[in-house]
Design a protein around this ligand. Structure first.
Ligand SMILES: C[S@@+](CC[C@H](N)C(=O)[O-])C[C@H]1O[C@@H](n2cnc3c(N)ncnc32)[C@H](O)[C@@H]1O
Length: 308
């Protein structure tokens, strides 16, 4: 029986995509419950993993794995957007599994869930502004923009207005208080997706600057990967997947400034080449066992030498 609180998504596909090498060094930028990290360490007894998580509770819970795999696992509390600073060596693979873990979502005290009441926090790490700080202080237009941009919520203006009106009576403190205000202006039928879902997603992305982190993480990976090193990224919604897709499109596009005196092979040197064209998704079987995998997409690319 799998006792891990977080079921790793697309695990086999991720591990296969990494083509784990003897003696290789791999960065797991989103350690979580260590599902990917363990599978990498188990795949080949001579590899090392440097794993990062911005959540210190994930790092504390991972100390047993550090002991179990000593000295092959290094766990770092930090953000993968700072990968280049955190990792001082060139590596054979970087894997990112974007978003929140089941441990974070399932603990009401972390403030991600509108199904269980908890403080309106939503920080994956332990610093910075909470979701309550934002809904209590940003003006109506700023809130509407956040809800629209990061939640892709058509009714962002209506919700932002309801939030700013409600906070005049009492500032928001809990997830339920916010969910109730949204439910009042946007009731949903039983069986439909909860009308607070998109607003909660938007606030979570904003609070953690998730899209900015992803952009910085991809650039960082490009810097620390050796030639032939692999970048594999799992995303869970279109905003994230678009960033990875665009990054890889640019990083694999033939050089615009073609020098007619250089042979074509050199002209087409790009930082990456795609491992496969279309993103991989979870099988029906995986989706049945783990519904969270339904929206997952894996993209993977190989770092290549650029001849100047
Ligand atoms: C989806 S879970 C990863 C699960 C992991 N692959 C596993 O198999 O257990 C995402 C984890 O990444 C962490 N995280 C998210 N964004 C991060 C960032 N920018 N830097 C470091 N860690 C981050 C979260 O705190 C969370 O623990």
């Amino acid at each position: 029986m799998n006792k891990r609180p977080h079921i790793p998504v697309l695990l086999n596909e991720v591990i296969q995509s990494l083509h784990i090498k003897k003696g290789g060094i791999y960065v797991d930028g989103t350690f979580g419950a260590g599902g990917y990290t363990q599978a990498i360490l188990d795949a080949e007894p001579t590899v090392r993993v440097i794993a990062i998580d911005r959540d210190e509770t994930a790092i504390a819970a991972g100390q047993d794995l550090v002991k179990k795999y000593a000295p092959r696992l290094t766990l770092l509390n930090g953000q993968f957007g700072d990968m280049e600073k955190l990792v001082s060596e060139q590596v054979d693979g970087v894997v990112l599994d974007i978003g929140v873990s089941s441990m974070q979502i399932d603990r009401p005290e972390r403030g991600f869930s509108f199904q269980k009441d908890g403080p309106l926090d939503m920080r994956m790490g332990q610093s910075g502004q909470t979701a309550a700080d934002i809904v209590n202080s940003f003006d109506e237009e700023q809130l509407a923009d956040i809800i629209y941009q990061y939640g892709e919520e058509r009714f962002s203006r209506k919700i932002a207005k309801a939030i700013t009106q409600a906070r005049q009576i009492k500032p928001f403190e809990t997830t339920m208080e916010l969910a109730n205000v949204i439910h009042k202006v946007m009731p949903h039928k039983a069986g439909d997706i909860d009308s607070a879902t998109r607003t909660f997603q938007a606030l979570r992305i904003f609070v953690n600057d998730e899209l900015g982190e992803l952009e910085r993480g991809l650039k960082g990976a490009e810097k620390i990967l050796k030639n032939d090193g692999i970048l594999s990224v799992v995303t869970f919604h279109s905003l994230e997947d678009r960033i990875v897709k665009n990054f890889l499109q640019n990083a694999t596009a033939p050089n615009q400034h073609i020098n007619k005196y250089k042979p074509t092979t050199e002209q087409q040197n790009t930082p990456f080449k795609l491992a496969f064209k279309k993103p991989l998704s979870a099988s029906e079987d995986e989706i049945k066992k783990n519904p969270r995998s339904r929206s997952a997409h894996l993209r993977s690319a190989i770092r290549q030498r650029q001849v100047k």
